[in-house]
Every structure is written in C-alpha cells, then in structure tokens.
Design a protein around this ligand. Structure first.
Ligand code: NAD
Length: 352
C-alpha cells in the first residue's frame, strides 16, 4: 500500500426523499437567518418552493444563475446579497447555480447551503470557477465549500433523462480519476468504487423508469460519493482534457465528460491497473474503458466529439492546447498517443 495523507473536508449532509422540507432547519444549523435563494430561470419554481419553506428566513430569490458563472452575473449576485443583507446563500440547482453561490461566498464569506439537482458534484468541493473575457478562471478556497447539503432525490425527478445520464457519467468520471489520483487514499478509493457502482446500477433503471424513486436515490447517492472524491483528491488527464475541450470549443460539460472518459481511461490503463480493476468491477465489466464505452452506447448517450460539433481539423489544435499546460498524470502525456485518443473520441470508436 502506498503512503498517504488524508484531510477530510467538513460538510453536513442530509439525504432522503422529501428532505427539502428541512431547509429552514438546515439554514439555522449553519447559523443563518436571512437566506438568498439562487437558481436558474428554468428552476424558478423549485426555488419558490424553497422560499416558501424558508418563511421568515428568506431574504430573496435570485434566478440569474448561468453556465460557467460569467463575471457580470457573479457581480450582480454579490451586490444583491449585500443589498438584502443576506447571511447565507441557498443554491438549488446544478453545478452552475452552486457555482454562483461559490462566487458570492468567495467575496463575502457567507456560508452556502447547497441543494443539488444534478449529479455534477460541485456541492462537495472547495473548487470555484468564474468566467471573464471568455476564460474560465478556477481556484480552490475552503470558503466556497458548502457548509451543508440537502440531497433530496425528489428534486431530480424533473431532470430530463438524457441530462440525468450524462450527468451520471460526469460523476463517474470524478470517481474514476480519483482512484488513480496522485494524492489519493484508501478512503477515497472506497467511496469512488461505491459511487461508480451506485450510478452504474441506478442509471439503466432510469432508462425504463425515469421517475423510479429508488433508482433516483441510488444515482444521487452515487453522485454524493463521486463529488466527495472530486473535492478531496486531484484529477488528471480526463478532467484536464474536458476542461480544454469545453473551454476552447464551447462544448457542453457533462456530454464532453461522457465522450472522453472511456478514452482517457484507456490511455491511463497501463499505468493504473489496480484502479482499472476496481472500476471494471464496479460497472460489472471485464475492462473499465471498454465497459464504460459500452455503457454509454447502451444508455443511448453521445460517444463522438464530432456529434458535439467539433471539426476533425480542430483536433491538432486541441492536442496542442492540452499539451501546452503540463500537469500530473499516471502515464506521461505525449503528443502521438494523445492525438490518437482525440481521434478515437472524435469518431466515437471503441477505446484502445
Ligand atoms: P447546470 O447546473 O449547468 O444545469 C444545466 C441545466 O439543467 C440548467 O438549465 C438547470 O437549471 C437545469 N437543471 C438542473 N437540475 C434540474 C432539475 N432537477 N430539473 C430540471 N432542470 C434542471 O449543469 P451541471 O452539469 O450540474 O453543472 C455544470 C457546471 O458545473 C459546469 O460549469 C461545471 O464546470 C461546473 N462544475 C463545477 C464543479 C466544481 O467542483 N466547482 C464540479 C462539477 C461541475
């Protein structure tokens, strides 16, 4: 066994169908009494439900959350929080809405109560991202880690099926890379394996019955575990590639993860055999990379970057950008195999 240092991040987690009803108690538990509720315009209805449950602990609702947290939207939300004298942010939504809460917390240090409605996992991490002049600046600061999280599977019922499934693959990606992380540890590997298993069992059930309560609970439980892994250990090739591709070609976040993951794992497979064995066992397949590719095909998910609008002529540039910013990876990142990986991901071919 390799040596490790494990620093656990603090977070209070409440999990269960109907747990949204405890939102006022959770606001009190983090020592707050004037909550600014954040959401996207599309999730206004869910935010109004939260507002009603908060009663006198409500400061206001702001439905301006947007993908990638543009700086203008962060400024607006910060000003509103200050004008309303809010002493906490309640973010109900996916990674974009929780990201807006983080942008407020980064400046004002008010605590966040996160109520995730996708499987992206931002609620369990101290990582923030703000986009200025087309560039997404990310950073790590424990002030943005939500102080409390309510996981209520009922709130995920309205997440459209395909979004649920690509979001689930996005969560699996956090856990998969966490298993071979440079700063990994046995506790995170246990969580990662269990998180992948829960999602791999829950997602196929959603295809036949998107409103299946038990399947929704399984998936959200998996998302919590995978998000915890993302918050605790460093990521590698897969996440960096998705960040590069997403930022440079404006690609959708969870779909990009879904397509790239099997290929990134195939690339790292020779240097991370124990992790690959555990991932394969969690998804019930002989091989982690090929198994995840087959899983995506079976679930009817996108498997080719060309279907997201990436041009074949862009692949050389994508490869150059990915190589221009060196980072740790279990297998050294080299131009030729990386370019081959991108080609296969572009075509939607089986990973090798
Ligand atoms: P998202 O938050 O952008 O949501 C996508 C859309 O789905 C939005 O319109 C949203 O309102 C809607 N939606 C969400 N939940 C819904 C539900 N239950 N019912 C109906 N509609 C719903 O998508 P995401 O994939 O959750 O988050 C992606 C963003 O989060 C990216 O910008 C990514 O970089 C960031 N992220 C950050 C971290 C981190 O640790 N900082 C982790 C993961 C993702």
């Amino acid at each position: 066994m390799k040596d490790f240092t494990y620093t656990a991040l603090p977070a209070r987690v409440t999990f269960g169908a109907g747990k949204l009803a405890s939102v006022r108690d959770e606001v009190e538990a983090i020592g707050a009494s004037r909550a600014l509720v954040l959401c996207t315009a599309a999730q206004r209805e869910q935010a109004e439900q939260v507002a009603e449950l908060l009663g006198p602990s409500l400061a206001g609702i702001h439905d301006g959350a947007e993908m990638h947290v543009p700086i203008a939207s962060a400024r607006k939300a910060r000003e509103l929080a200050s004008e309303l004298n809010a002493d906490c942010a309640v973010a109900i939504g996916g990674g974009s809405t929780i990201g807006l809460g983080k942008a407020i917390a980064l400046e004002s240090s008010i605590p966040i109560l996160a109520i995730p409605t996708t499987y992206a996992g931002s609620e369990m991490t101290p990582v923030y991202g703000i986009t200025e002049d087309g560039v997404k600046r990310t950073g790590k600061d424990v002030r943005v880690l939500p102080r409390a999280v309510i996981y209520d599977p009922d709130l995920t019922m309205s997440l459209p099926l395909e979004m649920s499934l690509v979001s689930g693959m996005n969560a699996i990606a956090h856990a998969a890379e966490g298993m071979y992380a440079k700063d990994g540890n046995p506790v995170m590997s246990l969580m990662a394996e269990e998180g992948i298993r829960a999602l791999a069992q829950g997602m196929p059930l959603l295809v036949d019955a998107p409103q299946d309560k038990e399947a929704r609970a399984q998936c959200l439980y998996g998302a919590w575990l995978c998000g915890t892994v993302l918050g605790h250990v460093g990521m590698a090739l897969h996440h960096k590639l998705c960040h590069t591709l997403g930022g440079s070609f404006n690609l959708p976040h969870a779909e990009t993860h879904t397509i790239v993951l099997p290929h990134a794992l195939a690339y790292n497979s020779p240097a991370a055999s124990e992790a690959m064995g555990r991932i394969a066992s969690a998804i019930g397949a002989p091989d982690a990379a090929v198994g995840l590719h087959h899983m995506a095909v079976k679930l009817g998910l996108p498997t080719a970057l060309r279907d997201l609008g990436v041009k074949e002529a862009d692949l050389d540039r994508a490869c150059e950008i990915a190589l221009s910013n060196p980072y740790w990876n279990p297998r050294p990142i080299e131009a030729k195999p990386l370019r081959a990986l991108l080609q296969r991901a572009w075509e939607g071919a089986e990973p090798q």
